[in-house]
Design a protein around this ligand. Structure first.
Ligand code: 6LW
Length: 503
């Protein structure tokens, strides 16, 4: 069946997948955003429904003042003996931990910490044993995949952490997952860094602790050698394998959709892709089409039609308080967000969008380049509006300001050290309700105030300056409502609609 990639669009990086009870479950990293580690469910690997998060309580994850793109790194989700496990790394605090649940729709446990360094922890269960694998450094200081056995009840190590594979020579050896298929144990990793040189490589052994022999055809999956107009999918790496009941094997991996042919950039973050895996008679496997990923792929074993119609659209008719799509920044302050019938009221704080702290901020990921947003905001706060936000140093804010007895609408652009007001209009001092509109395409965001049905342009700003190539980091653009007010004044948002063009 033809599959449209990415299968989960927008900032959903570092995918990990498992199969349980006839369904598939997918987890992604979440960095400074709360709740942590989103979970999706699917019956067919191409239509995914977001069902919640693993880290929904501050007791499970410390995001206090974590740096942007710090906090929760790549997760692994696994199912064993009726129980789901999710293992990840809080990179800011340098801790590997896992949580578990017997009810995928319910709450997950408190964290269980494992005394093994390195990022991208993974679990592999077999014959009552649990192997804990992460990236790290061998005794000579060089990168290696490190592994031990743990007691999964307590997280205590049962064997010393030892290097099991040094990869295929690429930099940033990470994202290990161990599997047992047929006669072999397979150790699959990422190398090259999560950029344009990213790739998936693997090795196999008769023993889960190695020694591992490298696949002669490595990298098994990469888009580093195709680009430009031939393929705008780049950064392919960080994969995880899953099998259906018929024995078909699939890989989810991350990648991104680049903009521009010669000096490409990407601002929607790293997204989740799907490819088929083809087993050879000699027990090695191949992936994708000639080892690469395309936007449209015919993937054997996929039986369902993919339906993304309207999936990423947002309106207060379809998204409410309990929607897992909302992102809060760092520590969750629930009292600041009151959900009414078709309205959301945010209480301002003195924290601005420039700080690595807890601004009043309620966001949703941008899933497509072409979008159109409208929102009505009623406010007397010092500043309230909509931000297109990459991190605290790169964001475009369309805000209503109450300052010195005047009411103004402004477009404020923050691009690194350059901060400026790109457009400004003064409004009647007694106006209390404001209509905002933002349109985006591949290259630009266009910002408007709508007064009495007439659009007043406040300016436009390039998508490029919100991109990873400019901002750095591991996240993608979010659209967020925000309020800044030291006295705790509020803003009520109604009529929020955001149409994201279907794939
Ligand atoms: C993640 C690592 C990576 O933990 O980036 O793409 C890190 N690879 O595997 C953050 O997403």
């Amino acid at each position: 069946m033809l599959v449209q990639n990415p299968i989960v669009r927008g900032f959903w990086p570092d995918p990990s997948v498992c199969r349980a009870n006839g369904k598939y479950y997918l987890a992604c990293s979440s960095f400074q955003y709360f709740p942590g580690v989103p979970i999706f469910e699917s019956e067919d690997l191409v239509n995914w429904k977001m069902i919640g998060h693993c880290l929904t309580r501050q007791s499970q994850v410390n995001l206090h003042k974590v740096n942007s793109s710090g906090g929760v790194f790549a997760p692994t989700i696994r199912y064993n003996d009726g129980r789901f496990y999710m293992v990840t790394n809080n990179n800011t605090y340098q801790k590997n931990f896992y949580v578990y649940t017997d009810d995928i729709y319910g709450e997950w446990s408190e964290p269980i910490f494992v005394e093994q360094d390195g990022i991208d922890p993974s679990l592999f269960f077999e014959d009552g044993k649990c192997y804990f694998t992460s990236n790290g450094n061998a005794e000579d200081g060089k990168g290696a995949i490190m592994q031990c056995e743990i007691d999964v009840e307590t997280g205590k190590k049962l064997t010393p952490t030892t290097p099991v594979w040094r990869g295929n020579g690429g930099r940033y050896l990470e994202s290990p997952h161990l599997y047992h298929f047929g006669d072999w144990y397979y150790l699959m990793v990422a190398e090259g860094g999560t950029e344009y040189g990213h790739m998936v490589t693997y090795a196999r052994s008769k023993n889960p602790m190695g020694p591992f022999e490298s696949y002669p055809g490595n990298p098994v999956l990469t888009n580093r050698n195709i680009g430009g107009n031939e393929n705008r999918i780049q950064g392919i790496g960080h994969g995880d394998l899953v099998q259906d009941d018929e024995g078909n094997t699939f890989m989810v991996c991350l990648g991104f959709r680049q903009n521009g042919e010669w000096s490409p950039f990407h601002h929607l973050g790293r997204e989740t892709f799907l490819v088929g895996v083809n087993w050879r008679e000699d027990g090695w496997f191949e992936a994708g089409v000639n080892g690469s990923v395309y936007e449209e792929m015919d993937i054997p074993g996929i039986k369902a039609e993919q339906n993304m119609k309207g999936f990423y659209n947002v309106s207060l008719d379809t998204i409410d308080k309990d929607s897992p799509r909302w992102c809060y920044m760092r520590d969750y302050e629930p009292d600041r967000y009151v959900f009414g019938d078709h309205s959301i009221t945010l209480t301002g704080s003195e924290v601005t969008l420039e700080e690595e702290d807890i601004p009043t901020f309620l966001g949703i990921r941008q899933a497509e380049f072409e979008t159109e947003l409208t929102a009505t905001v009623k406010t007397d706060a010092a500043e309230a509006g909509i931000t297109f936000y990459m991190d605290e140093s790169q964001h475009y804010d369309l805000g209503i300001y109450h300052e010195d007895g005047e009411v103004k609408a402004k477009l404020r652009l923050r691009t690194g050290d350059a901060i400026g007001i790109a457009g400004e209009v003064t409004l009647p001092a007694d106006q209390d309700t404001f209509h905002l509109k933002v349109v985006s395409d591949h290259e630009w965001y266009y910002f408007y105030l709508v007064q009495d049905g007439a659009e007043i342009s406040l300016g436009k700003a390039r998508a490029k300056y919100l991109s990873t190539e400019v901002a750095g980091g591991f996240t993608g653009v979010l659209m967020a409502m925000y309020v800044i007010d030291a006295q705790g004044k509020k803003a009520e948002f109604t009529e929020l609609t955001w149409t994201q063009k279907d794939a």
